[in-house]
Each structure stands twice: as C-alpha cells, then as structure tokens.
Design a protein around this ligand. Sequence first.
Ligand code: SF4
Ligand code: SF4
Length: 445
Amino acid sequence: MDIPKLVREMGVVGAGGGGFPTHLKISHPCDVVIANGTECEPLLCNDKLVMEEDAESVVDGLRLAMVSTGAGKGVIALKEKNTPEELSLLRATADKEDLDIFYVGDYYPAGDEFLLVQEILGRVVPEGSIPLAIGAVVLNVETLKNIADAVRGKPVISRTITCGGEVRRPSVLKVPVGTTFQDVFHYCGGVTCTDYAIVMGGPMMGSVVTDPLTPVNKTTTGLFVLPGDHMLVRKRTLPITFIIKQSKAACCQCTYCTELCPRYLIGHDLVPHKIMRQINLGLDVPPHIIENAFLCSECGLCEVYACPMELSPRVVNQAIKDRFMESGYRPAFSQRDIQVEDTYLYRKIPGSVLKNRLHLYRYDGIEFTRIEKVEPERVELLLKQHAGESARAVVQEGDLVKEGDLMGECGGEVSARVHASINGRVTFVDKDRIFIEREKSGVSE
Ligand code: SF4
Ligand code: SF4
C-alpha cells in the first residue's frame, strides 16, 4: 500500500495549524513518529475531543505513519492529567508494544515540535531545521485521524474546532470545511456582544479576524469571539510602526524576553532582547543576531508573559522574517553542537497563568457543548488552506457536486487537494476559492 499517495489524494495537511502537506511529511525515513496530543494553547479543547472519541483512528493513523516512514517507535505525547482522552488512548494502545505514551507537564508551549522532540528524545533540532533532521516526525492527533480516514478512502472535508468567548453556548464542533465563522457562531447560540472581533486559532498564536464570513479551513483549530476593546484584540491589531515606537521608548533591556524564550532555552541562538536593542538603538549587535529572528516560533511568550513593559519581540521578529522573505533571503544556519540551557527545566510557564495574562479568565472553566451535526447552506472552499502552492480548481460554475468530490488539484510539489465538503451546486469559482450551495430540491442529496 502506497500510504503517502493515498494521503495526498485525500488532501491531508497538518491540522495543528501549520498546514504542511502530510504526504510529504511521511515520505521520508525516520526513527520515531510522535503523535502530538498536548494541545497547549489556553482554552482550546478540540484535540481532546478527537482523542477521546476517535482514539482508535488516532492510533491507526500513527501506525500508518510509522509504516510509511519505517519508524520503529511511535509515541503519543499527552498532558500530565488523568483525562478521558488519556484513558481512551491507553485502551487503544494497550496491546501495542511499539507504542508509548509520554506525558508532558501543563506548560506553554509544550506542543512546540522542537520542545516535544527535545523532551521525548533528548535531542535538539538543529537551528533552521526540522525534527526530521534528528529522526523524528511530529503529527497532530487530528492529522493522524485524517491519515487513517484517507487510507479508508475518506478525504478531509470536515474539521473539529473549539468555539468560545462571547458566544451563548461555547462548543466543540465538527464542521464541514468552508463553513463560515458566522454559521459556527449560529450553532453556538449566537454572539453575545455587538462590537466584537474574532481570534482565529489559539489565543497565544492566533490572529484577529473581523469578517464573520471568513470560512473555516483545514487548519482552523479555534475561534474566540472577544469584545472589540479586549486587551488581546488591541494588542494583536497594533501597527508595527507603533510597536517599534513603543519599543524605542520603553525597552529597558531587562533581558526577560530572552531568559524566558523557549527556543533560547533549548539552546538556539535566538536572543530577542538583542534584536530589540538593534531595532531600538541600532548599536553594536552583529547582523547574524538579527537574522536569527528566523529561529522564533512566534509562540508569544515574550509579549504575553515575559516583557514587563508589554512590548512585542514576537511581532518584531515576525516583521524581520517577512522583510527577509519578501526580498527572497533566507539565512543559512551552520550545524553546531547545541546545549540546552541549565535553566530550561525551571522556566516552563504554566498554561493557567497565561489565561490570566491574556484576560481570558472569564471564559475559563466553562463546560463546552459538543456539536456533531453542522449543516451549512453554503461553504466557501479556499484553494490555499495549506503551506505551499494553491490548489487549482477542477470544477466550473453550475457543476453539481457531492461530498468528497475533488474540487481542487495540487498546484505543485508542495500543495494539497481540496474536496467538496457538502452536496450541492458550484456557484462561484476563481483562482482563490470555490463556493458550493445546497440545492433546495435535493438533487444531489
Ligand atoms: S523583556 Fe521587554 S523590556 Fe525587557 S529586554 Fe525584552 S523587550 Fe525589552
Ligand atoms: S515569540 Fe518570543 S518567546 Fe516565542 S520563540 Fe519568539 S522570541 Fe522566543
């Protein structure tokens, strides 16, 4: 069985947020495949639902990824709590000797691939590289479930998301890909405030979206509705020019952003306070320190937790990376022996602390409703829901399509297919998107 081929045909991409086409990730030999079930972003709980309700498929996907990569070992990484998802996975792995469960503490960002690999294998991913360089492939648990489905002939046409914040019924929902945020809110009982913004993804790494007609895609993990004047919304929408002015006025070079940076702590040469110094004062910092902004994972700990002046080294790093990428430049990192900092163990930030820092305490501790059946009248399928090149539409306006039909073919080597997530008629196609509307008389139902 050609597993990567089946996975490619069914349009599987990294469901944890990265969106890298999975068939490429499982096409190379490695020693160990790690199932990432740590879900470290505050308030997200969609992975937990997948693990609890579909543990068998997660484990099947892990075994398939191991077969595809020739890995002799599979590890399921979970948070250190006695939870229903853990019990489901323990049952599903009971008779499988080549699978282990590994527990990580409840800290942020425990789910960062680099940290996870370091914790599990005791090896550090080289700077500018990926876990495969040290023999590991890390896959999110929903991605693994999708691998198992792909081998059974089911394309990726739905995804599990957490929807919380200012909605009447905070929920974990399984929605067709392409469902608008507005429809998701409708299933959650509606939005409870008038002036609001939406954080797409987790509160630490997510971005602010203002258009409720934005569609859910294969990498959407969560939606959080927040009042428009919420601290998180204000912070995430500040223009970079203002952030730099603020930094020039307020950065006291205390070094906390460096001392608490997870990538610095695992030994990478990422020194955010020096990057800030150069941006602010243009003094003595060698150019490679600025280039090392590429080593930033954009986890957000520096801006949310470390900096006493509420500055954003994360945004500065992001801007530096964007500037370099626009000019087509990517620094080359030399291979060197990397030593984890001695303080690494003592500088893990508990997830619970971050909820307070993010002013999300009022949305914490709420029981999430589980919603299985979401049936939107219309979906908008983006042709780029993944890393790499856009897919290419293979349908035309007026076509009748069924759930699972191919809508977009891979647009290049690094790309992913897109499939119909509902039955209906294609009402619009361009190079970026395809709309499908359900037929009133049920022609294709
Ligand atoms: S933590 Fe804030 S104030 Fe301190 S060095 Fe970093 S950016 Fe400057
Ligand atoms: S966002 Fe900040 S804390 Fe996170 S990796 Fe980048 S510099 Fe380090």
